[in-house]
Design a protein around this ligand. Structure first.
Ligand code: GLC
Length: 576
């Protein structure tokens, strides 16, 4: 987590099913899927509710696996990442885990989970779990034991400290100045234990003590348990916060708009010991080929991320998640990241997730409805996400151009909003967590037969999976074709990236180059006007041929030396 329309030319044939069945997953030649594949994030409580309690569940996901893969008209993704499905009292909506190896009964049972893995694998889809290992829930038995039995085996599993010197009973001084990301001091007094404990997030999310060998062993056991249950990888929640300074030195102060920003976070994350522990965790994941992790960098930059990137182990670095609708911003962010990562480190790309405003809303054109210019922008953004070098991570609903929902702040579930400190007005994350609409029929549009925990989008009658499946010019049809073309084109899923100046500042253009496996040229017109551009020179005796476009341009047609992109056109050409 960090801060901060047109008629389309549809390919005549449905996209080929190039991703395979279960056998494919066992095939070690596909062990690089973490690099070449497309990952789809599911926020389980908003995906599909099978039992009418208003909350999505595992059986609901199983019911909709065909949407994701295995059929000619599926989206064609390679893996799903499930936001937390473990038992949780939900102070932070599943990111406060009370049992790392269980399934929250509201989502289903372990048997449901096994069915989900089986059903996904049968469609060539891998399953990635969200591991929230920096902290547990305050209701986790480890924490309960740690606070109530200060002499027992769990006594040092959390970051317990006495009040700082100079305290009196009436005025206990906190051990140091560290803050909680959500707001307020990072230290909370526990009466039972008679000490403070530290929490990077809520008081209901106490941080584990990674300097204790038993904690590391327990966490690695969790990793092994899920691998044994057949999962293919993990998203590591705020992994760079696992270790804190051993001496708990206070963070130096600096200027900033709010209490968090007024510290240099030198001692409460990014500690040198992290590297050793990550290596241990990764070695376990790597025991079988084709397994992977993606680390969520907490409040850091691409430069912080790069140190942790390794084959099979990606890091989210946030390069794209705050971009405005501006070709220059996309160009600069891509160039900056390429410069930092170099050609040998593989990026992870996301435009949206469960913590940030959905990009279809960020890039929207006010007043634009389904199939309008906002959706045209969503298609251009999707083309960037799926063709820029790196592994794309889609966020459920973006394939239909889903927007944020409106949730008044006074009714927000999100603790970030409820605890916000002066100077900080955090995004209400409920707004990007709305249920996906499967059909046009209300009130819950195929998401649930009951009352959904959050409202569906106001446009769900038109913006839903069923309607978009039937419409070749929809955002969904565009995602399906894009993913199929990406899969069929080595340059797009494993090539290097080189910027191309097409001669128009509103066009973001680049070449992807996979050597003998071919080259692709991508030109994305961010402007709502025609844009004359010059494609790069093709090799001797060759030309750029249209592979996919949002415009009327025929697939297979050669591009001339000078072409005019249509307004908001996304064009992909391959050398042939
Ligand atoms: C990560 C999650 C976010 C959660 C936080 C604390 O940033 O993405 O949703 O609130 O960690 O676990």
């Amino acid at each position: 987590m960090t801060r901060r329309m047109e008629g389309e030319h549809a390919a005549a044939e449905p996209p080929p099913v190039l991703h395979g069945p279960a056998a494919d997953i066992a095939d070690s030649s596909r062990r690089d899927w973490w690099k070449t594949g497309v990952v789809y994030q599911i926020y389980p409580r908003s995906f599909a509710d099978s039992n009418g309690d208003g909350l999505g569940d595992l059986a609901g996901i199983i019911d909709h696996l065909d949407h994701l893969g295995g059929r000619p008209d599926s989206l064609g993704i390679d893996a799903v990442w499930l936001s937390p499905i473990y038992p949780s009292p939900d102070f932070d909506f599943g990111y406060d885990v009370a049992d790392y190896v269980g399934i929250d009964p509201r989502f289903g049972t372990l048997a449901d989970f096994e069915r989900l893995v089986e059903g996904a694998h049968a469609r060539g889809i891998r399953v990635i779990l969200d591991l929230v290992l920096n902290h547990t829930s305050h209701r986790h038995p480890w924490f309960e034991a740690s606070r109530t039995d200060p002499a027992g085996p769990y006594r040092d599993w959390y970051l317990w400290r006495d009040p700082a010197p100079g305290s009196t009973k009436g005025r206990r001084r906190r051990p140091n100045n560290w803050r909680s990301w959500f707001g307020g001091p990072g230290w909370t007094w526990d009466e039972a234990r008679g000490q403070f404990y530290f929490h990077t997030f809520l008081a209901e999310q106490p941080d584990l003590n990674y300097r204790h060998p038993a904690v590391r062993a327990a966490v690695l056991d969790v990793v092994r348990t899920w691998l044994d249950r057949g999962v293919d990888g993990f998203r590591l929640d705020v992994f760079n916060a696992f270790y804190k300074d051993a001496a708990l030195r206070p963070n130096p102060r600096r200027r900033g708009a709010d209490p968090w920003a007024r510290q240099r976070h030198l001692h409460d994350r990014n500690q040198p010991e992290l590297a050793g522990f990550l290596a241990e965790l990764r070695a376990i994941v790597d025991e079988q080929p084709g397994r992977m992790t993606v680390g969520e960098l907490f409040d850091g930059s691409a430069a912080d991320a790069v140190a942790f990137v390794a084959p099979g182990h990606l890091i989210f670095d946030w390069a794209a998640i705050f971009l405005p609708w501006d070709a220059a911003a996309f160009r600069q962010a891509t160039a900056a990241r390429e410069a930092i990562f170099g050609e040998h480190r593989w990026p992870a790309n996301a435009l949206s997730n469960h913590d940030q405003p959905r990009h279809a809303s960020r890039f929207d054109v006010p007043g634009s409805g389904v199939g309008g210019p906002g959706d045209a922008r969503a298609k251009v953004a999707a083309a960037a996400l799926l063709t820029v070098r790196g592994t794309p991570f889609l966020y459920y609903g973006e394939e239909i151009g889903q927007r944020n929902i409106a949730v008044p702040r006074e009714r927000a579930f999100d603790p970030f909003v409820r605890l916000a400190e002066p100077g900080r007005e955090p995004f209400n994350r409920d707004e990007c967590r709305g249920p996906i609409a499967w059909t046009g029929e209300g009130p819950a549009h195929g998401f649930s037969t009951g009352a959904p925990w959050l409202p569906l989008g106001a446009d769900a009658r038109q913006r839903n999976v069923a309607a978009q499946s039937a419409d070749p010019s929809s955002v969904l049809s565009w995602y399906r074709r894009l993913i199929a073309v990406r899969r069929a084109t080595p340059a797009l899923h494993l090539g290097g990236q080189a910027a191309h100046d097409p001669g128009d500042a509103d066009v973001f253009a680049y070449v992807r180059d996979a050597g003998a496996a071919g080259r692709a040229f991508v030109a994305l017109n961010f402007a709502d006007r025609g844009a004359p551009i010059t494609p790069p020179a093709a090799g001797p005796g060759r030309s750029w041929r249209v592979a996919l476009t949002t415009d009327e341009r025929p697939v297979g047609e050669s591009l001339g030396d000078r072409i005019t992109l249509a307004p908001l056109e996304a064009l992909i050409a391959v050398e042939g």
